[in-house]
Ligand binder design. Structure first.
Ligand code: GAR
Length: 198
């Protein structure tokens, strides 16, 4: 059985879908959920699902990324995860941290990478006049949002879409995509999965 730790920064809706998927014959189980924000709503949601949680408040470290990551990695290593999933974790991780989980750290990003790494992905897709938007699950490498693709889900951009309406449509697909990619990854299947809106 693979052990999965998950890092979040906010509401944690993707984390909930991942945790809920890891039951029965699933090859993995959620062992820990952590956040850089003690007030992240997702921590209570994880607790309600019976998953241990922790928070390391990045603000205490006042920009000292190495000290923040040293604190963050302690409970993570103690939980001995085989796989680390970033699910709406909004801190950039240093190459040092990434190297500790090389080849076993996944991230979900709300764009069709390689388009729109970074922030404001939905507005950028609308501004560019794209016909399609979506989400990507990829392996985390030191370069931001640039690791090997593990799965992508596409949705149409509709006339009149705002950043919020498009984000909501993409999020529905994130909730389908991430659990499926994690299951495949836990089984050793790294071939990219392609989903489109049902
Ligand atoms: C999701 O849309 C995820 O793709 C995005 O944050 C949201 C978190 O929602 N992640 C990033 O932008 C990472 N750069 P959630 O907390 O409800 O899962």
């Amino acid at each position: 059985m693979k052990r999965v730790a998950i890092l979040i920064s906010g509401g944690g809706s993707n984390m909930v879908k991942l945790v809920e998927s890891m039951t029965g014959d699933h090859p993995a189980r959620a062992v820990l959920v952590g956040s850089n924000d003690p007030a992240a709503a997702g921590l209570a949601r994880a607790g309600a699902l019976g998953v241990p949680t922790f928070a390391i408040d990045h603000r205490i470290y006042k920009g000292d990324r190495a000290a923040f990551e040293a604190a963050l990695i302690e409970p993570l290593l103690a939980a001995q995860p085989d796989i680390l999933c970033l699910a709406g974790f909004m801190r950039i991780l240093t190459p040092d941290f990434v190297s500790r989980f090389q080849g076993r750290m996944l991230n979900i990003h709300p764009s069709l990478l390689p388009k729109y790494p970074g922030l404001h992905t939905h507005q950028r897709a609308i501004d560019a006049g794209d016909a399609e938007a979506g989400a990507t699950v990829h392996l985390v490498t030191p370069e931001l949002d640039a690791g090997p693709l593990l799965g992508q889900a596409r949705v149409p951009v509709l006339p009149g879409d705002t950043s919020d309406s498009l984000a909501a449509r993409v999020l529905v697909q994130e909730h389908r995509l991430y659990p499926q990619v994690l299951r495949r990854f836990a089984q050793g299947d790294l071939t990219p999965l392609h989903l489109s809106a049902a």
